[in-house]
Design a protein around this ligand. Structure first.
Ligand SMILES: [Mg+2]
Length: 282
């Protein structure tokens, strides 16, 4: 499949782009293997003066962990270019719950360290240490006692945020990686309460955060990803250009059936780069 000839309206939209937000798995790599087109695409964006940020719904690794992971794959990225849902949750707490200082959180040591570094006090598993809010993440270190303590504070009516909606985290190992959405389902079964806010794609917080930091308008950013119901839906909610690549989950048939359709469907990042360059040149 070749990329379609873009309409004049789409060309104008492409010409106006100043920033590209990229999904990771299925968009720039598959598992541990970088796509051949990724490094040329990133070099092309640098040449065009278009900024790039990488987004992930996974809060279990810190931005420093991702910088190291990217370097191993052969991609140089700065901490500022890597956005996870821990940061989206911190931004959401600051904006919507400015009085929250103390949180009880279910998360990995990496995630908890990011909350501490952002100035939040983490309360212990202790009924006398009353938190201002509960945060539930993709906790690969989950213990029964801490799950019970989270349920207690949720039942007490504390503000309750989840880092991401994913039920499972994809893996090629013979196991099911129980993700944040499933931990929240367990807590809802126990307490009758679902999270007040669920960050992570398709929630637009990560994109609106980029727009604020870079002083950009929604028309100046594209969100590129391989999933219609997360990546493309997030673009729609943020008013960004939604670009679907067919190197991951969604097929050309999925794209044809999608309602509303993505703004642009391309086989891979290579064709998107070529379209951007052509729009700039034209
Ligand atoms: Mg993906």
């Amino acid at each position: 499949m070749n990329a379609p000839d873009p309409s004049p309206a789409l060309l104008a939209r492409l010409r106006g782009l100043a920033h590209v937000a990229l999904d990771m798995d299925g968009t720039i790599y598959k598992g541990g293997t970088l796509f051949a087109c990724t490094r040329p695409f990133l070099a092309q964006m640098r040449g065009l003066g278009i900024g790039c940020t990488f987004l992930t719904n996974n809060p279990s690794k810190s931005t420093d962990d991702y910088v190291a992971h990217f370097r191993k794959l052969g991609v140089e990225a700065t901490r500022e270019q890597l956005l996870n849902t821990t940061q989206a949750t911190i931004a959401c707490l600051r904006r919507r719950f400015p009085a929250v200082r103390r949180i009880f959180a279910l998360g990995t040591p990496s995630m908890l360290a990011e909350f501490s570094a952002a100035g939040f006090a983490l309360t212990a598993d202790d009924p006398d240490e009353v938190p201002d809010a509960v945060v539930v993440g993709f906790d690969l270190t989950l213990t029964y006692a801490r799950a019970c303590r989270a349920a207690w504070w949720i039942q007490q009516g504390k503000p309750y945020l989840a880092t991401n909606p994913d039920r499972v985290c994809p893996t090629d190992q013979p196991t099911v990686l129980v993700d944040c959405g499933s931990i929240c389902a367990m807590l809802e079964k126990a307490t009758g309460r679902a999270p007040d806010i669920v960050l992570g794609k398709p929630d637009p917080e990560m994109l609106t955060g980029i727009l604020e930091r870079q002083h950009l308008q929604p028309a100046q950013i594209a969100m590129v990803g391989d999933r219609i119901y997360t990546d493309i839906e997030m673009a729609r909610r943020a008013g960004a250009l939604g670009v679907l690549v067919l190197t991951g989950e969604a097929t050309a048939q999925d794209a044809a059936l999608a309602q509303p359709p993505p703004d642009l469907v391309v086989p891979s990042l290579a064709e998107f780069g070529a379209l951007l360059a052509a729009a700039r040149a034209g």
